[in-house]
Design a protein. Structure first.
Length: 162
């Protein structure tokens, strides 16, 4: 037996003002779409913005449903909109933020496991890393250079028999 470890490297900024201009713009777009979330059950609104390789930005917000598994997270809404609008264009970065009607969201908002798996699929397909920018409605910003950092040991295409 051999014990192995993962390490997680990320950048932490005290505020969005410290981000490079393209990342700050993407995060601003994610913040701008938070209010379009349909969140009557959780009252937790999430916004995501995806920057494509052609410079275009697509956004998405969480869409809940009373049959809870039928809803969809903001990250996947944005990714799927981007892929259908710009087929074949790689995703360069995604910014994710949230606001709650019940408490201040003062920590970076990470994507759920399903969204991480969807993001890694786009990363594998394009053979290009996706920069991930995470923030709450206030506070620090965390940036990772690849979704692979957030999902080690991910399910990959080579796990399927062809």
């Amino acid at each position: 037996m051999e014990k192995k470890n993962f390490s997680l490297s990320y950048l932490e900024f005290d505020s969005a003002d410290e981000l490079p201009a393209p990342d700050r713009e993407l995060l601003d777009r994610a913040k701008g779409v938070v209010e379009s979330a349909y969140a009557p059950y959780s009252h937790y609104r999430v916004g995501a913005a995806v920057r494509m390789g052609n410079g275009q930005i697509c956004t998405g917000s969480n869409q809940e449903n009373m049959a809870f598994p039928s809803g969809l997270c903001a990250e996947r809404v944005a990714l799927y909109a981007a892929a259908s609008t710009y087929p074949g264009v790689p995703v360069e970065a995604i910014a994710i933020t949230a606001r709650s009607e019940q408490f201040p969201v003062d920590k970076p908002v990470p994507p759920c496991g399903s969204c991480r798996q969807a993001m890694i699929e786009y990363e594998m397909h394009s053979r290009q890393k996706i920069r991930v920018i995470l923030m709450g409605e206030l506070g620090k910003v965390v940036v990772v250079e690849s979704i692979d950092t957030l999902l080690p040991l991910s399910f990959r295409e080579d796990g399927l028999k062809k």
